[in-house]
Design a protein around this ligand. Structure first.
Ligand code: ARG
Length: 578
């Protein structure tokens, strides 16, 4: 209910400064809590009013700040106005804070934060998010795992903020590697193994044939021949390729489900083989395609027209490249889905590729290239399992589940669970996600199972533990769902800290959406969990008077909803028991 308070203060500021109320609303943010004290209220940076032209610049900012602060009246909402260094703190009535916030949160837990006024200026409409995008028969490496969970987070966030989201998985399902795989499978493959463990088997065949091809010309020739057949749509070759693709998608779907991830479309490079030839034709007729001495086709992307920066889009033998297929795919998606924005999630080594892709779209005259975004992320090193290096997504999930189950058995918390394996997996996955989302996405990090699965500290296990404990309290003591509660019982420091923190939720969502970075939400939720677990320790429910218990239960149930909502946006399934 930050909006009620923002509006009320904005109305005063509007009266004083003459500008519209709307000008002030997005500039008011929750006063950050410090270790020493928490002040319930909102803060305004006076410079932000100078920057947007509401106030004229004053060489003496401090005097200007104090002058403005003096003109604000203390009313039923604002109880104290304090001018700091270039900022004004509006302390709000804490009874009103508890009442308004918990009333709204209780009435509409799902829309809390996400429907805030300050989010109104974000891009609305249809958002296409492309993520995961592994390559058939190749390793599903840590980069693909990162793309999967980051893309899922972005899609969830956009959806929560009211966008119409289309989730696309763009498989690496075409190219010379299928020549190798196809030729290799004809000699080394087994339909039986394919049925038993498709991903593993395809990967093994691919690794072996690749090894042989290094020193055996006949293997290379057979691979080239198989790929030629594929490109010419030879029926037998194509049906084998189709089988690989279908089985792979089926297997992936099962594993994605364990991760809590899904897609609306499984597209892939193969879909855009033909279209990329059309693209080349268009480029040629627009005069954008130049042939180099080596016979390759390039597009000039420099502003000077001197080929100082160019992208190669055709090989000398006339075949298309990765980027050519991406141009075709982008055009096709625009036409089929008419998205308002498109977001690609891959590791940072592909940043140049996407900048070139967007630039090609621009020179082709597609203004919507401005609405295409690449979200790059850094490398993870050292992700391994008991069996050694991780090659398949399934290996990571199995390892997380196995280790978490062991921890739970040691802590003897899993006794009463009917499905400890499922719960262990959900917690293990949340641990992976939090570890990955803690820092700026662009940073590299070293993977460490011990650290990932710690129960204390800012981990996914801790978030789940806090959530489960709140659920158990609400199960045992009743969920505080009676309509009335008395905010006078929530005036202690612990309660006010939580309320003041909840006031920030919409700002955190805004920042996450503007930067497409999960760490703001992760920080918010870990702080919320720390605050909730202290409050849970100190604010007794059992043994308190009915009225006090009722107010505290209301606080805990609202905290629990925000925690769960935030976790779900991150892609985590909150567990109710552990
Ligand atoms: N399959 C690619 C890889 O594993 C990632 C695809 C990224 N998306 C794209 N539109 N190029 O590296």
């Amino acid at each position: 209910m930050a909006c009620f308070f923002r509006r009320s203060i904005a109305a005063q500021l509007s009266r004083i400064c003459g500008a519209q109320e709307d000008v002030f609303v997005p500039l008011l943010s929750a006063i950050p809590a410090s270790k020493k004290q928490v002040i319930p209220g909102l803060r305004l940076t006076v410079n932000s009013l100078v920057k947007n032209g509401t106030l004229s610049p004053d060489p003496d900012l401090q005097t200007q700040t104090e002058r403005l602060a003096k003109q604000v009246k203390e009313d039923g909402v604002v109880e104290e106005v304090v001018a700091g260094r270039g900022v004004i703190n509006f302390r709000i009535n804490s009874l009103l804070l508890a009442e308004k916030l918990l009333e709204q949160l209780h009435a509409e837990p799902q829309s809390f934060g996400v429907k805030s006024e300050i989010l109104q200026n974000l891009q609305k409409g249809r958002t296409l998010v492309e993520y995961s995008s592994p390559n058939i028969a190749k390793k599903f490496h840590a980069g693909h795992l990162r793309s999967t969970i980051i893309g899922n987070f972005i899609a969830n966030l956009k959806e929560a903020l009211g966008n119409d989201v289309i989730r696309v998985n763009y498989l690496g399902d075409w190219g010379m590697q299928f020549g190798l795989l196809g030729a290799g499978f004809l000699r080394l493959g087994s339909q039986e193994k394919l049925r038993e463990n498709a991903l593993q088997h395809l990967f093994e065949v691919y690794v072996q044939v690749n090894r042989e091809a290094q020193h055996d010309d006949s293997v290379r020739l057979a691979a080239a021949e198989f790929f030629r057949q594929l490109e010419q749509h030879d029926e037998q070759a194509l049906s084998l390729w189709k089988q690989f693709r279908e089985i792979t998608v089926e297997e992936y779907q099962k594993i994605y489900e364990r991760l809590g991830v899904s897609f609306d479309h499984y597209s892939g490079e193969s879909f855009h083989q033909r279209q990329s030839l059309e693209v080349l034709k268009d480029l040629r007729s627009q005069g954008l395609l130049k042939t180099t001495e080596k016979g390759t086709g390039v597009i000039d992307l420099s502003t000077e027209g001197d080929l100082s920066s160019y992208a190669t889009v055709v090989r000398s033998d006339g075949t298309s490249l990765y980027i050519t297929r991406d141009v075709a795919a982008a055009l096709d998606r625009k036409e089929r889905f008419s998205f308002d924005e498109m977001i690609y999630v891959t590791d940072k080594s592909q940043s140049v590729h996407f900048q070139q892709l967007f630039q090609i779209l621009r020179v082709m005259g597609h203004h919507w290239a401005e609405k295409c975004v690449h979200v790059p992320f850094g490398l993870v090193v050292g992700m391994s399992s008991r069996l050694g290096e991780v090659v398949l997504l399934e290996d990571v999930l199995n390892e997380a589940r196995y280790r978490m189950l062991q921890n739970m058995q040691e802590a003897k918390t899993s006794k009463e669970l009917s499905d400890p394996e499922v719960v262990a997996e959900q917690i293990g996955v949340s641990a992976l996600i939090i570890q990955d989302f803690k820092g700026p996405l662009i940073s590299d990090y070293k993977f460490d199972w011990q650290k990932v699965l710690q129960a204390q500290g800012d981990t996914g296990v801790f978030l789940q533990y806090t959530h489960a404990r709140l659920c158990s309290l609400l199960r045992m003591q009743g969920s505080g769902s009676r309509a009335h509660f008395n905010p006078a019982h929530l005036q202690d420091n612990r309660s006010i800290s939580i309320l003041q923190h909840l006031l920030r939720y919409d700002e955190v969502l805004l920042q996450s959406a503007l930067e497409l970075q999960p760490r703001h939400l992760v920080n918010f939720l870990t702080t919320l969990s720390h605050l909730a677990s202290s409050a849970h320790r100190e604010l007794q429910v059992k043994g308190s008077s009915a009225e006090v218990a009722q107010a505290r239960l209301r606080l805990f149930s609202c905290t629990c909803s925000v925690l769960a909502n935030g976790m779900k946006i991150l892609g985590i399934t909150p567990v109710e028991k552990m």
